[in-house]
Ligand binder design. Structure first.
Ligand code: HMG
Length: 391
C-alpha cells in the first residue's frame, strides 16, 4: 500500500429527490408482508423523483455545496457517472457544468458501467490529479433506479446523486493502491436503449455479485492489499442493504472466517443508514455507504475503510481508503440528514402516476409540472431539448 500519493476524496455531498415512497405503502398495495421489505431486503423507503427532477438536477444539487465551499478555480475536469443517461451523445455533466456556472476551461465527460461507473470515475480522477496535483476533479454519481411496476425489483428502486471533490492532500479519505479488479460477461441486469426500466434476473444478479466479490478480493490480495481484519468498515454497493450483509458474510466465508453476526454488523451496520431510506441509487450507492459511515458518531481517524464497487454486467473493484485526521470538521451530516428528511411522502397512486410518466417524443413543447422545491429543475422538453432552470 503506497501512502505517498495522498490523493483522495476532499469533500463529499449528496442530494436525493423531492418525494419518498415508504415501503409500507407499496406493501399495502401488493399485499406483501412488510417484514420482507424491512428485514428481508433491509429497505424502509425509496426516493422518487418529481416530474421536474432527473439525474442532472440531482447532480447539480449534490455538487453545488462543494462549489460553494471550495470555489471552482481548481476544477478542470468533471466526470459524471450514470446508467440512467438522458442523452446518447451529450454528456449530462455539460448541463451540470452550466447550472453550476463552472469555467469554460473544463473537460466534461460521462462514464457508464452499471453501478460501477463512479468508481471508474474516482480512479480516473486520481490519475489526473497524480499528473497535476494542483488540479481537482469533480466526480459525480447520479442515478434513478427504475424497475417495472409490480416486479420483484420494484421494492429496490431509489434515486440519489453523490458529488465528490477529488484532489491531493484530501480532507476526508486518502484512496490507496492497490485495487482488486474483476470483469465477467454476464446478463444479470441490463437496460437496452429502448427501455426506461431495467431488466433483471434477480437470483442470477445476486450470484454474479457474490462471484465478483470473490474475484475482486482475490485480485486485491494478489496485488498486495490489506488483510480483511484491518478494515474498520466495508462499504459495499447496496442495491438493497441486505445485499451488503450477504456479500460480507460471503467474503468472510471465502477468507476462512466465521461469519459471526456481531462481526458482520460491526463492518456493515454503519454503512447502511442512507441506503435503507433512499433505495438503490446505482452508481451513487457505494458512496452513500461511505457518507453514512463517515457521518456516524464514532471516530474513524486513521482507520482503513474497504470499498466493494459492483456493476452488473459485470465489473467490480475492491480498494481501500484511509480516513484522514480532522475529517469530522468537513462532514455535511446535517445537510445529508436534511436531504433525506425534507422528502415529501407519496401515496401509492401518486407514485404510480410518476412512475408511468414519460415525455412525448414528438419534438413539441412539453413543460413539466412544477413539483420540486430543490435548487434546480427540469422545466420541460422543447424541440427535443431538455430545458433546465436554476432557482
Ligand atoms: P424476491 O424474489 O421478491 O424476494 O426478490 P425473495 O423471495 O428472494 O426474498 C427476499 C428476502 O426476504 C429473502 O431473504 C427472504 O427470505 C426474505 P434471503 O433468503 O435473501 O436472506 N423474506 C422475509 N424476511 C422477513 N420477513 C418476511 C419475509 N419474506 C421474505 N415476511 C430480489 C428479491 C433482490 C431478487 C429482487 O428485489 C430483485 O430482483 N431486485 C433487483 C436486482 C438486485 O437488486 N440484485 C442485487 C445484485 S445485482 C446489483 O447489485 C447490481 C444492480 O444494482 C444494478 C447495477 O449494477 O446497475 C442491481
Amino acid at each position: 500500500m503506497s501512502n505517498d500519493s495522498a490523493i483522495g476524496i476532499h469533500d463529499l455531498s449528496f442530494a436525493t429527490t423531492e418525494f419518498v415512497l415508504p415501503h409500507t405503502e407499496l406493501a399495502e398495495h401488493n399485499g406483501t408482508e412488510i417484514g420482507k421489505y424491512h428485514v428481508g431486503i433491509g429497505q424502509r423507503s425509496m426516493s422518487v423523483p418529481a416530474a421536474d427532477e432527473d439525474i442532472v438536477t440531482m447532480a447539480a444539487a449534490a455538487a453545488a455545496p462543494l462549489i460553494a465551499r471550495h470555489g471552482a478555480d481548481l476544477i478542470r475536469t468533471v466526470v459524471l457517472a450514470t446508467e440512467s443517461s438522458i442523452d446518447q451523445a451529450k454528456a449530462a455533466g455539460v448541463y451540470v457544468h452550466s447550472l453550476l456556472g463552472l469555467p469554460s476551461a473544463t473537460r466534461v465527460v460521462e462514464l457508464k458501467q452499471a453501478c460501477y461507473g463512479a468508481t471508474a470515475a474516482l480512479q480516473f480522477a486520481i490519475g489526473l490529479v497524480r499528473r497535476d496535483p494542483a488540479q481537482r476533479v469533480l466526480v459525480i454519481a447520479s442515478d434513478v433506479s427504475k424497475y417495472e411496476l409490480d416486479s420483484p425489483g420494484e421494492a429496490t428502486q431509489g434515486a440519489a446523486a453523490v458529488a465528490m471533490l477529488v484532489g491531493a492532500d484530501p480532507a476526508l479519505v486518502r484512496i490507496e493502491e492497490p485495487s482488486g479488479l474483476f470483469t465477467a460477461d454476464v446478463m444479470d441486469f441490463w437496460r437496452p436503449n429502448y427501455r426506461e426500466a431495467a431488466l433483471v434476473d434477480g437470483q442470477e444478479s445476486i450470484a454474479a455479485y457474490l462471484q465478483a466479490v470473490e474475484g475482486s478480493w482475490k485480485d486485491y490480495g494478489e496485488q498486495g492489499g490489506r488483510p480483511l481484519e484491518e478494515f474498520a468498515a466495508l462499504c459495499y454497493h447496496q442495491p438493497f442493504t441486505k445485499m451488503a450483509y450477504k456479500a460480507h458474510r460471503h467474503l468472510l466465508n471465502y477468507c476462512g472466517y466465521d461469519p459471526d453476526k456481531d462481526a458482520v454488523e460491526r463492518a456493515i451496520g454503519r454503512t447502511t443508514s442512507y441506503n435503507t431510506v433512499i433505495g438503490n441509487s446505482y452508481t451513487a450507492s457505494v458512496y452513500l455507504g461511505l457518507a453514512s459511515v463517515l457521518d456516524q458518531a464514532d471516530d474513524l481517524t486513521g482507520r482503513p475503510v474497504g470499498f466493494l464497487s459492483y456493476g452488473s454486467g459485470s465489473v467490480a473493484e475492491f480498494f481501500a481508503g484511509t480516513v484522514v485526521p480532522g475529517y469530522r470538521e468537513h462532514l455535511r451530516t446535517a445537510a445529508h440528514n436534511e436531504a433525506v428528511d425534507r422528502r415529501r411522502p407519496l401515496g401509492y397512486a401518486e407514485y404510480r402516476e410518476l412512475h408511468e410518466r414519460s415525455f412525448p417524443t414528438d419534438g413539441g413543447d412539453h413543460p413539466t409540472p412544477s413539483q420540486t422545491t430543490g435548487p434546480f429543475r427540469l422545466a420541460g422538453l422543447s424541440g427535443h431539448k431538455r430545458i433546465y432552470e436554476k432557482r
